[in-house]
Write a protein that binds this ligand. Structure first.
Ligand SMILES: Cc1cc2nc3c(=O)[nH]c(=O)nc-3n(C[C@H](O)[C@H](O)[C@H](O)COP(=O)(O)O)c2cc1C
Length: 214
């Protein structure tokens, strides 16, 4: 299969923004992880999202590669405006992304919580290639976004893989305290290492967390 390293998808899991559209053409954007091993690309979509509904309808998904923390927070919480989208081969993508990859999605597995799709690239565009050093603030925002996302859907999404903070013998209250402590750690890292976009993103995530929790 085509090597998509130039477009930003490396070996392992790449956190990106997936854009999709409904059969009626309504665009949607949400963070997802693209799995790449042996040059093959997959995405596991958890049931209940707009993204999975759109992929089931159209069998198409565009990957938008970005280092913008705020895009991750905004698309997770769900408020992009139509003017944030542009069209690539007639398919919605994010104007501000560094690259776009339009994929055809073939379902290869199904379980109670999720569907696994193999991804076949149909079109690729590198919009802006940039060199970026690692920023711990950005990393912390991504971790915080994943935590908020899992929390919102009752700890279902991705739970099997990372159990270190959710031991079965701990009560609900204890788990909430641990999650809050992790969020505060991420907040501290963002305050120290992040730029304005990371700080704004973290604020949105904290607001969402308290909304979900209270
Ligand atoms: C960094 C990150 C990665 C994510 N990866 C996935 C994923 O691979 N599959 C998935 O179904 N949800 C994933 N999520 C959760 C979705 O983004 C989340 O459920 C979102 O609210 C779905 O939005 P939608 O209803 O607009 O599709 C991820 C969230 C974050 C923050």
């Amino acid at each position: 299969m085509e090597d998509l390293t130039e477009a930003g998808l490396r070996e392992g899991i790449s956190e990106v923004i997936a854009t999709t559209q409904s059969r009626a053409g309504i665009p949607n954007a949400a963070p997802v992880g693209i799995l790449n091993s042996d040059g093959r690309y997959h995405v596991r979509l958890y049931r209940g999202s707009r993204t999975i509904a759109n992929v089931e309808e159209t069998r198409r998904l565009a990957v938008n590669v970005t280092m913008d923390a705020l895009l991750f927070a905004k698309t997770l919480i769900g408020n992009l405006s139509p003017s944030d989208f542009s069209l690539f081969h007639g398919f919605p993508v994010l104007k501000e992304a560094n690259s776009w990859i339009l994929f055809r999605c073939n379902q290869v597995e199904e379980d109670e919580d999720s569907l696994l799709f193999m991804l076949y690239p149909l079109a690729v565009a590198v919009i802006r290639a940039g060199i970026c050093a690692i920023n711990r603030g950005l990393n912390a925002v991504i971790e915080a976004a994943i935590l908020v996302s899992r929390w919102r859907c009752g700890h279902v999404y991705g739970q099997g893989q990372e159990q270190e903070h959710a031991h079965p013998h701990q009560g609900e209250g204890m788990q909430v305290q641990m999650q809050l402590a992790r969020m505060r750690d991420y907040e501290r890292i963002v305050a120290r290492c992040g730029g304005r976009r990371e700080k704004e993103a973290m604020q949105l995530l904290m607001d969402e967390l308290y909304k979900t929790h209270h």
